[in-house]
Design a protein around this ligand. Structure first.
Ligand code: HEM
Ligand code: HEM
Length: 128
């Protein structure tokens, strides 16, 4: 157990800096979106059991905790998409590697703006 925690800690801290955090966030976002997709395949599948089964299950998503999780989903989809494009650009045009840190900060800025805008519309009826 102690060994697992210390190797996890080394995994989080062994290098630090942008490239490493970009990678950790990319993996978390990818796995997070995948987890939502599994739930989402299940909710769409409920359509086969009629309107009521489908609508009853969808009330789950009106819960405040689910709403906050949806903001997390916006963050995950946007970060993974734009950071994925950053990785693709660097893979195809290796000379752009020298700008990889700047490109990552650009990805972070785009992600924060779109998450704030999306988050505002997702959560606004809790405040108004
Ligand atoms: C909270 C945000 C989302 C909402 C409200 C939503 C809503 C829906 C709805 C209503 C459908 C059924 C469309 C139909 O057959 O009439 C659907 C299908 C689908 N969604 Fe989403 N979705 C969301 C996010 C996502 C995300 C993030 C992904 C991918 C990771 C995704 C993947 C899919 C797929 C693969 C289908 C099946 C398409 C098909 O069978 O035609 N959705 N979604
Ligand atoms: C705009 C759409 C997407 C783009 C451009 C994209 C891009 C990428 C790229 C370039 C990688 C490789 C990362 C690397 O080389 O280190 C990757 C990994 C991954 N993607 Fe995506 N992706 C997209 C959508 C998705 C979606 C919808 C999911 C989940 C349903 C997903 C899940 C993952 C996972 C789990 C990994 C592995 C992460 C890792 O090895 O750390 N991706 N993606």
């Amino acid at each position: 157990m102690g060994q697992a925690i210390s190797s996890l800690w080394r995994g989080i801290t062994y290098r630090g800096r942008e490239g490493h955090y970009a990678f950790i966030l990319h993996r978390l976002a990818g796995v997070g979106v995948l987890a939502f997709l599994v739930l989402h395949v299940f909710d769409i599948f409920l359509m086969a059991f009629g309107e009521n089964a489908f609508n009853d299950f969808l009330t789950l998503y009106t819960n405040p905790i689910a709403r906050v999780a949806e903001v997390g989903l916006i963050f995950g989809v946007v970060y993974h998409a734009f950071n994925g494009l950053r990785i693709i650009i660097i893979d195809f045009w290796p000379s752009t590697t020298v700008y990889s840190r700047q490109l990552w900060w650009l990805v972070v800025a785009i992600t924060l703006v779109l998450t704030l805008v999306g988050g505002f519309f997702t959560l606004r009826h809790f405040f108004m």
